[in-house]
Design a protein around this ligand. Structure first.
Ligand code: UD1
Length: 423
């Protein structure tokens, strides 16, 4: 198993180019299943999760070509199977996103219950409730842990669906199921994340009629079929936020390019509150952690436009190093404090009670062996490792490589001492 060795690195400086967003590209790839024509997606990050999604699509009948390093062609003239492979699906929760398109195009989808990061129970009840509202029959086979959705003889029929929670994946899956349905669907209390807007923009280029993406009510007028389309993935706001924190924690200065400040408002606000100077452009940011003391703040994760849960653990790593005590409250996922024990091993002083963590600042972090318990927890440990005394050895890094493109190369180019070693 490979590991990262991170050494104390001093201030990071330079320019970093942000990749296309993992959480946008996975639904876009699934949406390509909706058309029998070629779809071309640009700025696709080269990630383990993207490779898995390619394999899943290929197993369903898509022909996938890499037109260049970051450009994919997905062409699904025929869907040859409406059943996704268990081994692939259990490796990645986002594979559930093929369910909506399969149901829309073929009237049937059978999927093993998905895997992914171990950050809480992460049920799929909201996805299934949505499909059911559109007229699909849902059968869950607990014994062999499969879920099946089958449309009625008339196909899916538009309906108003209220989500009990603005789930990102459920909103995407229901949008993809509804684009080819008969009649109009409204998704109320929909997720408002930028990745939802990107998916709606892509499907509208394919001929879908979607309005309101990015607000809490999305209207989808069904159309009989979708054509192919070309689309460029939005920049990864979580990767951008990770580098913003890298500038802050190392007291460095980074120019973060191909990042949309519009998508990063809560992170910008919170870092400014801590004393970090941030200049924003249209699609870039300059983050200065080298201009004076950095102080505590409190954060509470929320659905967009609130503070992103995906940046909670990297932000907590940063808060262990600032002046004063901070409080972090996680409201989106249960069990998303697994990084706390690892940061504590490095010398952080963090106490948790339920979904609340109290963090004492000015920790003297020291390198030791730690484990990336999930993707963003892994990023948190790398940030901590950059300022910890000595060497930090991070295992289970496959989690990090699921979601960050050219992670080592990008950090090393900014002056970080980080290497990947085979154990
Ligand atoms: C997506 C992101 C993930 C991010 C999360 C929240 C992708 C590939 N992943 O995950 O990085 O952390 O949004 O911003 O885009 N829930 C239910 N029932 C459901 C679905 C969700 O109860 O049917 C709950 C989950 O357990 C969780 C909360 O809703 O507590 C949020 O989940 P959701 O928004 O669906 O996250 P994902 O789409 O899985």
């Amino acid at each position: 198993m490979a590991k990262y060795i991170v050494e104390q690195s001093g201030p990071l400086r330079g320019e970093v180019q942000i990749s296309g967003a993992k959480n946008a590209v996975l639904p876009l790839m699934a949406a390509a299943l909706l058309s029998e024509e070629e779809c071309i997606i640009r700025d696709v990050p080269q990630l383990r999760d993207v490779s898995l999604m390619k394999e899943i699509l290929a197993s369903l009948g898509s022909k996938i070509d890499e037109l260049s390093e970051n450009t994919l062609s997905i062409y699904t003239e025929d869907i040859i199977s409406t059943e996704a492979d268990r081994e692939l699906v259990t490796k990645m929760r986002a594979s559930i996103l093929v369910m909506g398109p399969l149901l829309a195009r073929k009237g049937r989808a059978r999927i093993p219950l998905p895997g992914g990061c171990a950050i809480g129970a992460r049920p799929i009840d909201l996805h299934l409730k949505g499909f059911e509202a559109l007229g699909a029959q849902i059968v869950i086979n607990e014994e062999d842990s499969y879920v099946e959705a089958v449309a009625g003889p008339q196909g899916l029929i538009g309906e108003t669906i209220y989500l009990d929670f603005p789930s990102v994946g459920a909103t995407e899956n229901i949008m993809m199921a509804a684009v080819l349905a008969e009649g109009t669907t409204y998704i109320e209390n929909a997720a408002e994340e930028p990745e939802i807007v990107d998916l709606a923009n892509f499907m509208n280029k394919m001929g879908a009629k979607i309005k309101g993406a990015g607000t809490d009510t999305i209207k989808i007028e069904g159309v009989p079929h979708l054509r192919g389309a070309k689309h460029t993935v939005i920049p990864d706001r979580i990767e951008a936020a990770t580098f913003m924190l890298a500038a802050a924690i190392t007291k460095g200065s980074l120019h973060i390019c191909n990042a949309l400040p519009e998508h990063l408002k809560p992170v910008i606000a919170k870092l400014r509150e801590c004393g970090v100077r941030i200049e924003v452009g249209d699609d870039d940011l300059i983050v200065r952690g080298d201009l004076g003391p950095q102080n505590h703040t409190d954060i509470k994760t929320l659905p967009y436009p609130g503070f992103p849960t995906d940046i909670q653990s990297p932000f907590m790593a940063y808060l262990t190093t600032v002046n004063g005590s901070s409080v972090v409250i996680e409201t989106v996922f249960e069990n998303r404090f697994m990084h706390v024990s690892q940061l504590s091993k490095m010398g952080a002083s963090i106490e948790t009670a339920g979904n609340k963590a109290n963090i004492k600042g000015n920790a003297k972090l020291r390198g030791c062996s730690v484990m990336a318990t999930d993707l963003r927890a892994g990023a948190a440990l790398v940030l901590a490792g950059l300022v910890a005394e000595g060497k930090t050895e991070i295992s289970e890094i496959y989690h990090i490589e699921r979601g960050y493109e050219k992670f080592i190369e990008k950090f090393a180019a900014l002056g970080a001492k980080i290497t990947r070693v085979e154990d």
